[in-house]
Every structure is written in C-alpha cells, then in structure tokens.
Design a protein. Structure first.
Length: 640
C-alpha cells in the first residue's frame, strides 16, 4: 500500500516538474459539417449529407478523459443521462437517451451490436469497457432500427476501438492512481507489419471503492464495495489484396467486486464475478462503385453472484448464475448508382440463448432468433438529400414486423443543414421476459414511431456552430410487470404506452488554442396503461440538463479544461419497510470537473483529472451513494 501512495505522490511531483519542461504540441479536433462518420448510414458520409444528429467524441477528447470511466464520459453528451455513472465502482448504470428506458439504446463495438442475453433489459454493461481501448465514439440520436434492428429506438452508440495508423509497431504504457485507492495500469502495441494491421491493448484496474448503499445513521460501518477489472482487446486487419481485407477482433473483460444487499442496506458477504467476451470475424471486398462486407460476431456474458448466509439475509444464502450467448451474422452492400443515388442493403441473422440458475428461479437453456433484410436509399442532388429505407424482420417467437425511415434534408449556403425525420423502431422482448418464472411467450415487441426536426448551422465555418433538434416519440405495447395476488405474483405483459418529447441545443466554438461548448436538453413524458391511467413519469430521468465545457492550450505542451453539467430534479421510487412503494423527487445537482494534461516530449505525457470539485452531495439512485470530490492522475510513456 505504501508503494501505491508513493506512486501517487511521485505523479504529483512529475506534473509540477513537467510545467517547467520543454513542451511539445498537442492536438484536437471538432465536429464540423465536412467531417465523415459511418454510424448514421453504415457507410462513410459527410455530416453535411446526413439529415440526422450525430455526435462524435474524438480521439483527442478521449485522450484527455483517461481519468474517467466510459459511463462518466458519455454522461457529458447532450441528451444522454447515464444514471448511476458516479455510483460506487462496478455498480451497473443505466443509459437514458432522449427519455427512452434502458435497453432502448443500441451499443455497437466497431459497428457490431453487443447485447446481454441474460438480463431483463438485454442491455450491455459499459462498465465492462475500459476507456483506454477506445479510439473514438460516434453517437446517432434518434431511431436507427431500419439499419440496425432491435434496441436502436432512441439511438446508437458506436464504440470504435483503437486500430493501426501506420507502418511499424509502436508501444505505450500508462500508469495512474487516485481516490478510493484506485490504481490502473495499461499497455498497448499498435502498428502495421507488412500487410497486417495490429492493435493490442491490456489494462488492469483495482479500486477499494466506497460503500455503495447509503447508511442513514452514519454509524453502521458499511463495507467499501471494491471493483477489480482485467481487460484485453486485439484488432487484426489482413490486406489480402488491394480489394480484399480480412479483419478480426476480440475484446474481453473480467470484473469482480462487492455489492450491497440493496438500497440503504449493506452486505458484508455479497460478491460477484462477471465475464464479458466479444469477438468477430469479417471481410470487406471493394467493388468498382462500393463495397461488400461479411461479418459474424459472438457476444458471451457470464454473471455469478453469491451471497453467503448472514443476518442481513436472514441466514439464508443466495446465488445467481447466468450465461448469455448471442451470435450475429450479417452481409452489407454499399453501392453507388449513378451520381445521385447510394444504396445500403443487407441481411442479418441473430441467435440468442441463455441459461440461468438462482435460489429463486431456474431457466433451462432457452433461445430465440430473428432474421432481417433491409434497404436504404440515399439520394443527393445539389442542396437536397434524402434517405428512404425499410426493414423486414421475422422472429421465431412473435412473428414478423417492419420499420421505415424517411429523412429529407437541405444544405443551404454550404453552412446551414435543415432536416426532418419520420421513422419507426422496435425492441424485442428479452429471453428473461419470455421464459423466466414471470415470463410470457405471447409477448410482442415494443414499437415506436418518432418524428424529429432541426438544423445544424456553421455560423462561422470551421469555427462556430449551433444545432437544435425537436423530437417526439410514441411507444406502444410497452413491456411492463403486472403484479398478481397468487404465485409467482406477477408476469410480464404488453399494454403500456409511453409518449416522450423534448429538444436539444448545442453551441460549439473551435479555435486554434481554444475549444468550448454549451448545451441544453429538455425531455418530458408519461407512461400510461392500456386504460389511459398514468403509471410513471420517466423515473431517474431529469427534465432539464445543461452543461458547458472549455479546453485551452495554455502552451505548446500544457492544456487545461473544465466541464460542468447540471442535472435537474427527477422522480424515483422508494421501497418502504411495509413493501409499499413511494414516488419521491430527487434534488438537482451540478458537477464541475477539471482536466490537466502535459506533453513533455514525444515519449512522456502526464494528466490529472479532478472530479466533483465542488464536493456536491447528491443522489442518482435512492438508497445508493455517489462519489464526492475525487481525482485520478497518471503518466503515459510512448516507447517508440
């Protein structure tokens, strides 16, 4: 332990020493209409050609966020609330995009969907993904089911991992440490050898954490809930010829730690061990006017939870062991038809299965599958652009359904993009909702119709931009849990309806040494049952969020930044001792973070992150703690 504290102290000394050293240049990028993205259309296109809202978290922004977790970083994006991002390390968090519930935002890794077939919502835990393995992130807001299928209801988060950028191999090592006895080590090897691109990353994180559950007395001596993570990723590209490239990737994470018994309740014996494995193989064939891609990927998740007998659980031990497996195979054709029309068309087959054992319920190996075909046409002529697409799905449990996308846009003066989107999306029932003790094999998918309109305006080209979007989402056949008086005391049903609406605005400034932005997001909505009775108001989702950040290149090597986010009041449920449920209002809060980074030379760089500088005491989940003022600092060494 003394060595760990010595490392932190030495790091602080190095930061001070670096301010007196010879600087080297740092770099940054920003979102402009000429930037190229792939997530919105599944093919490279300029933002000016896309009638959608796409946010890019650049490699430079990730580089200066190494003291954060992935949920903490995504929580700074307008329109995204990552509830629980600042809970105790390792505690699951919930992503709410534009008011939609967890599981309605699709997560991609290098363009491939990742889900967890063993959970109720089917959502992938982003705590499993270390930030140092990511190159950049593209976030598509709004319906994406036509191109991506189930779960892409509110949007898509595409995590693009680090890939080779040039001939020769380069390696790096990064060490960091900070509050809550948190220490992280990572190493990477990246480059190209002849016709093979290689990117290998390894990381290790250990944190003693803090008590996850809230101790209302302050005297109960709740245990620190620790978190330990071992992760590795590898990306390989083999250039067989000028027209054919083969690729393979593997990302694995093994997480262990401690959990509380529940809200306001400690548990000295509750532990978990979770394994996440994602791997894929693919091929890309270049055509005269496009390309043809084949991909197959596998997502495996193993969750083990154990709670030894103790007074807190009435001396009754419990366990839960879940496994989930998803196989996804896809073929995608991108092709230009003349000078004005681009085609994206594909076929997809997804097979999911799970096996679950627990003290209270057992699910033998169960499965489902869905096959899809889709086509989108992208028309461009002068200032006018149009996407028109559709998707047909066949599920072996509920039958068939379809989605559509209509998305016209115009680009005026090469600086002002105005767009409108009418689209539909869907989310399939999870295997748990179908086959558990509370399951219902007659469930239908949730279906959402959405409408949005907005503009993206470069007020000063490559310097100042402003965008605003208004949206409305109506979801039918929402899955809900119907309580019953007899065993098993409930089951999942379709019937509820959810209606959300809101807007987002962002102003962004990019100059030679200064980047800054400010944003405002508003969302409201209600959940009603089949009789029109109000049953919920977007729990844990604030109506108002706003924030600002500024980053300044003080000198050639030294840069500093501030980030602020205000989260407004929101509703949450509180479970009472008599088993009744109360709806309470959580107070608003604002978080101020700072980042310092110094590039000493081409080999050494230092960073320090300071989070919750104002030491705000706040609650994201009723009965659970959040982090107070804390910091991380580190050093990175580029070996060659």
């Amino acid at each position: 332990m003394k060595k760990n504290y010595a490392f932190v102290a030495a790091g602080l000394g190095l930061v001070q020493l670096a301010l007196l050293s010879t600087p080297a240049h740092a770099q940054d990028t920003s979102r402009v209409l000429n930037d190229v993205v792939v997530t919105a259309t599944r093919s490279p296109k300029k933002l000016s050609e896309i009638g959608r809202v796409v946010t890019v978290i650049t490699a430079a922004e990730i580089s200066r966020s190494q003291g954060k977790t992935l949920p903490e970083l995504l929580n700074t994006v307008p329109g995204i609330t990552f509830s629980g991002a600042n809970n105790a390390p390792g505690i699951s968090s919930s992503v709410f995009l534009r008011g939609a519930s967890t599981g309605n935002t699709l997560i991609l890794i290098d363009g491939f969907p990742v889900n967890n077939a063993s959970t109720i919502e089917g959502a992938y835990d982003l705590n499993a993904f270390p930030l140092d393995q990511i190159d950049h992130i593209e976030i598509l807001k709004g319906s994406g089911s036509t191109l991506y299928g189930s779960d892409a209801v509110a949007g898509v988060i595409n995590i693009i991992t680090r890939h080779s950028t040039g001939q020769g191999l380069k390696s790096n090592v990064q060490l960091s440490g900070g509050s809550y006895n948190t220490f992280k080590e990572s190493a990477g090897l990246i480059g190209t050898v002849k016709n093979t691109d290689i990117a290998l990353n390894l990381s290790n994180t250990d944190s003693k954490g803090f008590p996850a559950a809230t101790d209302t007395t302050g005297k109960a001596g709740f245990r620190n809930d620790g978190f330990h993570q071992r992760s590795a990723s590898i990306n390989l590209n083999q250039h067989v010829s000028d027209k054919l490239v083969l690729n393979g990737n593997l990302q694995t994470s093994y997480n262990t730690g401690n959990l509380p018994y529940g809200a306001f309740q400690d548990d000295q014996n509750y532990t978990y061990a979770n394994t996440f494995i994602f791997g894929g193989l693919g091929a890309k064939l270049k055509l005269d006017k496009g390309d043809l891609k084949f991909n197959i990927n596998q997502t495996d998740v193993k969750n083990n939870y154990n709670d030894a007998a103790s007074a807190v659980n009435f001396d009754f031990p419990s366990y839960q062991k879940n496994t989930g497996h998803i196989t996804d195979a896809e073929a995608i054709l991108n092709y230009s038809i003349g000078n004005h029309l681009d085609l994206t068309s594909g076929a997809d087959f997804k097979y999911s299965n799970t096996r679950q054992y627990s003290t209270y319920d057992t699910i033998q190996k169960v499965n489902n599958s869905i096959a899809s075909v889709y086509t989108s046409l992208f028309y461009k002529s002068g200032i006018f652009h149009m996407e028109l697409g559709g998707r047909y799905n066949h599920n072996n449990k509920y039958g068939s359904n379809g989605t559509y996308t209509i998305n016209p846009s115009v680009l005026l003066f090469h600086q002002l993009k105005i767009f409108v989107t009418a689209a539909s999306a869907y989310k399939t029932p999870s295997l748990y909702q179908l086959f558990s003790i509370y399951g219902n094999t007659d469930l239908k998918p949730e279906t959402t119709s959405s409408f949005e309109a907005g503009f993206d305006w470069e007020l000063i080209q490559n310097t100042l931009s402003f965008n605003t979007v208004f949206y409305r989402n109506n979801t039918k056949d929402v899955l809900y849990f119907l309580s019953e008086a007899t065993a098993p005391y409930g089951k999942y049903q379709n019937g509820d309806q959810q209606k959300d609406k809101g807007y987002e605005s962002e102003l962004k400034l990019t100059m030679k040494k200064l980047t800054a932005s400010a944003y405002l997001a508003y969302v409201t909505g209600t959940l009603t049952d089949e009789n029109g009775v109000n049953t919920g108001n977007l729990y844990r989702r604030p109506k108002f969020t706003f924030g600002a950040n500024v980053y300044y290149q003080v000198s050639n090597g030294f840069s500093a930044g501030l980030n602020y986010k205000y989260t407004g009041d929101r509703k949450d449920e509180k479970f009472n001792p008599d088993y009744s449920v109360s709806v309470i209002t959580l107070k608003p809060y604002g978080l101020l973070d700072a980042h310092l980074q110094y590039v000493i030379n081409k080999h050494f760089s230092l960073f320090a992150d300071f989070k919750n500088i104002l030491d705000q005491k706040y609650t994201d989940w009723t009965g659970y703690n959040t982090s107070r003022f804390n910091f991380m600092e580190g050093i990175k060494y580029q070996i060659n």
